[in-house]
Design a protein around this ligand. Structure first.
Ligand code: GAL
Length: 437
């Protein structure tokens, strides 16, 4: 692995893992069996059907997935692939459907989960198989960042296969809208955003667009990060930053002010339609992860830097707010043999270098062919490998909060967006954090 992952102002991915692992304090099982024990290679596949479950549907989310499924189909031409998607960015709808299926003992053959706290309850409930044997067979311990694997590991067993690294802390913009309003560059702080917002509004433009609740959570994490900095932001997830401190309340109030300069009253149905007013020249900015690049460049055919631009979200230069999509082997997968073949492909160099340049992400593997990552993708690849960059984990995409804690944040956030009551939100999240230790 690269040594670059052992940094971030004293907080490594492993520290994030420690926070996530608190959810797992009781993960040792009662019956003495290993959690999700499986652990054997099924040999050459004989099944003829494979069901793959994700939320990758719609423009910008489906293209990378399709490239990987096509590669799988080439290797298994006689297999019927069931592409079981549930629409809705960040998997908010998919995860609800998945929970119902898993509880009913009706798992797909492989499903999408973010690396980190989001995966932990599945491990705890023994819903996913231990994949350590697969890592050993494929030599993967040497090619994935060790600290990242730690976030998919419990009791020395690894439970999912990370396929990519996405970046959350980005602000996308329409260069023509900025030029027309006389704005030279995107804002370097949220205070500067507020100044620009007044100029943009005077010019009849929406400063910032927004979509459903999870996009508001995505904005929230990046306003908190920009206002608090990497260390204090990470401290929100391990108890070392007090949610009720003045610093945090001020950052929450900034979120409310920022939202007041958005179209939150007419919030878009998902992240793609939230980008459309920016593309159409009616709005200037949108804060979104780098799956947006596929929407701009591939789905809409726009030219990077001239027709759309991107930089780190205000106040987060030098910080990489990351997340990772991974795939699991559910206990009781009906076509386990093909699920294992799918995971082998998802974790392979060929699989990752086929998927990621199209998906708008960089590979989780450290041995990728860097020449494939051009245009926008040069920026995250360079930054991810920069020893000076500080790494923090995403809230909206499962790295730092999962399970009940995450559900409680969602409901408190809904109330906060409606009321603007930062003190109430801070105390609700603090209480939820403490209750889930
Ligand atoms: C994220 C996921 C990305 C992308 C995005 C929008 O949670 O990690 O791969 O799908 O949601 O749906």
């Amino acid at each position: 692995m690269t040594s670059t992952l052992h940094r971030t102002s004293g907080r490594s991915l492993a520290a994030l893992a420690a926070a996530a692992a608190l959810v797992l304090a009781s993960c040792g099982d009662d019956d003495g069996a290993e959690p999700g024990a499986g652990g054997t290679s099924p040999g050459a596949p004989t099944s003829t059907e494979f069901e793959f479950f994700s939320w990758w549907t719609g423009a910008g989310d489906s293209e990378g997935k399709q490239a990987l499924l096509d590669l799988f189909a080439e290797r298994h031409p006689d297999v019927e692939i069931i592409d079981a998607t549930v629409a809705g960015g960040a998997g908010t709808n998919a995860q609800a459907v998945l929970t119902t299926r898993l509880q009913a003992g009706d798992p797909p053959d492989s499903y999408q989960r973010h690396v980190g706290a989001e995966l932990q309850p599945d491990i705890e409930a023994e819903l996913v198989e231990d994949l350590t044997w697969l890592y050993d067979e494929e030599g993967w311990r040497d090619v994935f960042p060790e600290d990242m694997l730690e976030l998919a590991t419990v009791d020395d067993r690894i439970y999912s296969v990370p396929v990519n690294i996405h970046r959350s802390n980005l602000i996308w913009y329409n260069p023509a809208v900025l030029a027309e309003a006389g704005i030279a560059a995107p804002p370097a702080s949220w205070d500067e955003f507020l100044q620009q917002a007044a100029t943009l509004e005077a010019a009849g433009k929406t400063p910032l667009t927004i979509g459903p609740s999870w996009t508001q959570k995505h904005l929230l994490e990046n306003v908190l990060l920009g206002e608090l900095g990497a260390e204090a932001y990470s401290g929100l997830w391990d108890g070392s930053t007090d949610w009720e401190s003045t610093e945090v309340t001020d950052a929450l109030d900034m979120f409310t002010e920022v939202l007041a300069h958005s179209n939150v009253d007419e919030a878009a149905a998902d992240w793609q339609p939230a980008l459309d007013p920016v593309i159409e020249g009616d709005a200037a900015y949108n804060v979104m992860g780098d799956w947006a690049n596929t929407y701009f460049a591939t789905a809409q055919g726009l030219a990077f830097e001239t027709e759309y631009g991107v930089t780190t979200s205000p106040g987060t230069e030098g910080i990489f707010n990351w997340l990772s999509d991974s795939f699991t082997l559910p206990v009781g997968a009906p076509h386990r043999d093909l699920a294992v073949e799918w995971l082998r492909l998802a974790g392979s160099k060929e699989g990752q270098d086929t998927f990621n340049p199209i998906k708008g992400s960089i590979p989780a593997r450290t041995d990728a062919d860097t020449s494939l990552y051009t245009g926008y993708l040069e920026m995250p690849l360079t930054d991810w490998n920069d020893p000076e960059i500080e790494l923090v984990g995403s809230l909206a995409h499962g790295v730092v909060a999962g399970g009940a804690f995450n559900t409680e944040i969602d409901s408190a956030l809904g109330e906060f967006v409606a009321s603007g009551d930062s003190a109430q939100f801070a105390s609700a999240v603090k209480e939820a954090y403490e209750a889930n230790q």
